[in-house]
Every structure is written in C-alpha cells, then in structure tokens.
Ligand binder design. Sequence first.
Ligand code: ADP
Ligand code: MG
Length: 330
Amino acid sequence: MISVEHVTKCYGDVMAVDDLSFEIDEGHVYGFLGPNGAGKSTTMNIMTGCLSATEGSVKIDGYDIFEEPYEAKKRIGYLPEQPPLYMTETPEEYLRFVGEAKGLGGSLLKKQIADVMEQTKITEVKNRRISALSKGYKQRVGIAQALLGNPRVIILDEPTVGLDPIQIIEIRALIRELGKTHTVIFSSHILSEVQTICDQILIIAKGRLLVFDGPEQLEKRLLAPNEILITVAMEEEEIRKILTGVHYITQILVESKDAGLHMAHLRTDHDNIYEVSRAVFTAFATKEKVLLEMTVKKANLEDIFIELTEGSEGIKKKEEAMEEEEGYEI
Ligand code: ADP
Ligand code: MG
C-alpha cells in the first residue's frame, strides 16, 4: 500500500532521515517508535507529501507522492504533530472547511462530517469553539479531519502527546477502533503504547530503521535471556581463570560488591541459557568453589529499546537517573 524507498532528508548538516526503506501493507496498525529527534515526524511529513525528500521516493498505492500528489494524497489522512486547527471555529465549521479543501461538498460532505464526528465522539461538542475544547477533544477534531474523504490510510503523529491519562486511554481505544477499518500508522516515543496497539512495530533512531517486526516476535527475539549473573567471594582474575574452560561465554564483566564479593555478568550467544548455567556451575564445582548466587537475567523490553536507540550510553544514563531517584522516562 505504501512503499518508502531510500528516503533521505537533510536539514543543512543534520541528517534527519538516513536512507529509510520499508513497505506498509493494507489492514494493519503500524507503530513508529523512536526517541525524540529520531526522525519520525520528518518521515511522516515526507510520506504525506508535506515535505520534500532530499533523496528517495514514496509511493501510495502505486502513486508517487511528489509526482502524482493528487491521487496519492486522496488515499491518506494525516494528523500532523501540530495540527492546524482554527481556534475560533467550531469543530463542525472546521471539518466543513477541511472537507471542501479535500474536494468534497454537498450532502456527501454533510454525511461524512456527521460520520467522522460520530466515529471520533465529538458530536456533542460540534458547536463549541475549538479554543474552548480540552486537548483530548482537540486531538479528536484533528483525527476527525484526517478521516474526511474516507482515506484508506490514516497517519497520526504522536496522537497521545500532552494528553492526560484518561484521554490517552480514549485516544488509544480510538486508534484500535480505526485499525479495524483502516491501515493506521502512528508515531510514539512510548514503547508500551506501541506494543499494545500495533501489530507491526518500526523502531527508528537517528533517522534509521532499526527493527521492523510484530510485537510478539520482537519480544521473543529481544527477550531471549543472554546473561547470567553470579556472585562469588573471589577476585576477578580467579573468576576469569575458572571460566576460561566454558566455551559458550562471549563476554565477562566483573563488578566489586561489599565484603570482598564480586558479581560477574556472563554474556553468551548460546541458544540454551540453562546449558550455559550448568557449565558455569560445573566449572566452579570442579574447582571446589562456591557460587553464592546465580541468576539468569531476562532483559526487559524497555532496556532493550533504550539500548537500541541510544546505545549502552542510554542504559548507563537510565541507571544513573534511577540511582538519583529522579526516574527516567523514555
Ligand atoms: P521526531 O519526530 O522523531 O522527534 P523529527 O523528525 O522531528 O524527529 O526530527 C529529526 C531531526 O531533524 C532532529 O535532529 C531535528 O532536530 C531535526 N529537524 C527537524 N525539523 C527540522 C527543521 N525544520 N530544520 C532543521 N532541523 C530539523
Ligand atoms: Mg515528532
């Protein structure tokens, strides 16, 4: 339905999007996940023809967004990060204005306005000024205008940003509902949001596509445990010596703990972590050394997301933030 081919966008020296390619098929809900500055908005602006690309092409249902914008744009509805709402108008007036700009009119437009207002649950506020609406309602008006013209694809840029928790739940429910009848692409920097709503996730960072997978596959792939933690009462050198015979271990990181104890992080690329645990246990037992503690560490998806998008620096930052008890929100 949408094919993005080698899209690159430079703002002067800043490469906001770096050779991005992917295919969007009809009938799914896609989540564009990435930290701030990842290039999500830039990509969406290019996909919807609101911004030109430095290189590459975007085709919507076979129509090039830059060469055949009329045909291409008919098939997409877009809610930009900052929707251009006219504050002095009512939702109904605003929707009529947008509908006419999309080439609709007469009784068809009237019916469509009634339908999209129903779908986004704004009928009850249709005669209030947009400026008087809550942020959640404003966002709904923005989504309603994207739905006008009944486009097959709906693209929403960070639709839940700045909303309160109740409004977030409502907008997420609306996105799920839209997903039953449309192909939906929305962006977010919140992992859990994308994980619960989407059936396909695209993780982008620094303008590049890092992961394109379903949430379950992603979790399975990413959450395979690959680290064993052991605590022992011996020095680093001795730990390393004992473990030299365990072939599956690819990396050993040792940290000092209190009272002469050391904790070692043992990384492995072996599929069966428990087989590695057994080999580690045997290596220590053979030398008649005691393992005070041994655990298989399951990575959490949030850490993996931070590591993917920011590298190990990101994990360090998160740990520091947690130590300072300030919390760390991605
Ligand atoms: P996201 O939506 O993922 O937060 P953006 O697409 O807004 O990311 O931005 C990607 C990068 O491009 C950032 O480094 C941002 O600072 C830069 N950028 C975005 N818009 C402009 C602009 N109009 N001029 C210069 N740099 C920009
Ligand atoms: Mg953005």
